[in-house]
Ligand binder design. Structure first.
Ligand code: NAD
Ligand code: UD1
Length: 340
């Protein structure tokens, strides 16, 4: 079976490629490399001993997509390609809607032309918005996330529902990721943010490797156990396996039509201070930090109800917080400057 992976050179995409190739899937990667390096793909090839069919291109380039579908026998599409900096999305909303929403529409149109009906979408816990209580369950209504990034994720989920209503052959899975962290246990692929990291773990590992002086902990007076924000962190390899579970599920449910959403999280809430303590325990390093003002748009606490993915797709996050920290650190210490 041939799987088209848009954004496959990125953080989650590259880890998913390892799992897909290990499971015997053929992959075609389509990525414009706006936030990734082709080196990630070379490393995936080395790790798996398999060759990747890579096409450099933009999901908004409809001619290039038509050509891609015409020259290959693609059965399923996993759509990772997107811009993902939440803060930046508030500064350049049009760029985010253009890339993430219009890009998804172009891809869905190219799929429709080519008669490809199987779609796995990279959604986010952010679609639950601010009003839903945790743990988030898939039966909750989609919320109204405050950022253009989050609003775009909701829009694409809605587009998928409408597309499925209009096209009785369409089959889609929306995977709502919680907070992926860590890296492949080899330390050869991992998260390689450009500039100052927005996300917690890359910032911590850059403090540990000496690239940043100290971590700013955003807010210390939330109504959580220790006053800092709580999230549901999961190992990126567990998340990657969640994509294989989704592909396998679609492949083994030929009569399924429509859209099914799944939370991909552990079901456990962990605070920022717990993350720091756990990184220090796993690596015996000290992380200098200071509690500062809350970050605009941050929710105090959210985590998943992860039962549906377990009951329906037989997927469960298996790796421990220690493994997440050890693997994140192995990647950062082996590659202090990422892929460059
Ligand atoms: P990433 O930036 O590492 O990967 C995205 C990839 O898409 C990059 O390789 C980039 O070059 C490519 N890309 C971007 N725009 C493109 C375009 N127009 N055409 C072709 N390629 C394009 O990000 P990631 O962390 O791997 O995230 C993957 C997906 O998961 C995104 O859709 C993101 O919104 C979603 N997501 C990520 C997280 C997270 O915490 N990392 C959480 C929830 C959802
Ligand atoms: C953010 C996005 C979410 C997106 C995800 C992955 C927001 C509100 N949410 O999730 O939509 O899917 O990134 O891109 O931006 N923290 C610090 N110091 C730091 C960095 C983070 O204290 O330097 C804290 C944050 O306040 C948060 C936690 O660490 O409580 C995790 O932050 P982060 O990794 O940015 O993820 P989210 O904010 O949960």
């Amino acid at each position: 079976m041939q799987v088209l992976v848009t954004g496959g050179a990125g953080y989650i995409g590259s880890h998913t490629l390892v799992c897909l190739l290990d499971q015997g899937y053929e992959v075609v990667v389509y990525d414009n490399l706006i936030n990734a390096s082709a080196e990630a793909l070379s490393r995936v090839e080395k790790l798996t001993g398999k060759t990747i069919d890579f096409v450099q291109g933009d999901v908004r380039d409809t001619d290039s997509l038509d050509d891609l579908f015409a020259t290959r026998s693609i059965d399923m599409v996993i759509h990772f390609a997107a811009l993902k900096a939440v803060g930046e999305s508030a500064q350049c909303p049009l760029e985010y809607y253009q890339n993430n929403v219009h890009g998804s529409l172009c891809l869905l149109e190219a799929m429709a032309k080519a008669g490809v009906n199987n779609f796995v979408y990279s959604s986010s816990a952010t679609v639950y918005g601010e009003a839903n209580p945790s743990p988030y369950v898939e039966t909750m209504n989609l919320g109204s996330p405050s950022s253009p990034y989050g609003a775009g994720k909701v829009m694409v989920e809605r587009i998928l529902l409408d597309k499925a209503r209009a096209n009785p052959n369409f089959r889609a899975v929306s995977l709502r990721y919680f907070n992926p962290i860590g890296a492949h246990p080899s330390g050869d692929i991992g998260e390689d943010p450009t500039g100052i990291p927005n996300n917690l773990l890359p910032f911590i590992t850059q403090v540990a490797v000496g690239k940043r002086d100290k971590l700013s902990v955003f807010g210390g007076e939330y109504s959580t156990s220790d006053g800092t924000c709580v999230r549901d962190y999961l190992h990126v390899m567990d998340l990657a396996e969640g994509h294989v579970a989704a592909i396998d599920w679609l492949a083994t449910q030929p009569s399924f039509r429509g859209v099914e959403a799944f939370n991909l999280g552990t079901g456990n809430g962990i605070s920022v201070l717990e993350i720091i303590a756990s990184f220090e325990a796993a690596t015996t390093l000290k992380i200098a930090y200071q509690i500062v003002e809350p970050r605009a748009g941050d929710l105090p606490a959210f985590w998943a109800n992860a039962e549906k993915a377990s009951n329906v797709m037989n997927w469960r996050a298996k790796r421990s917080l220690d493994e997440m920290m050890e693997d994140a650190w192995r990647w950062q210490s082996k590659n202090p400057n990422g892929y460059s």
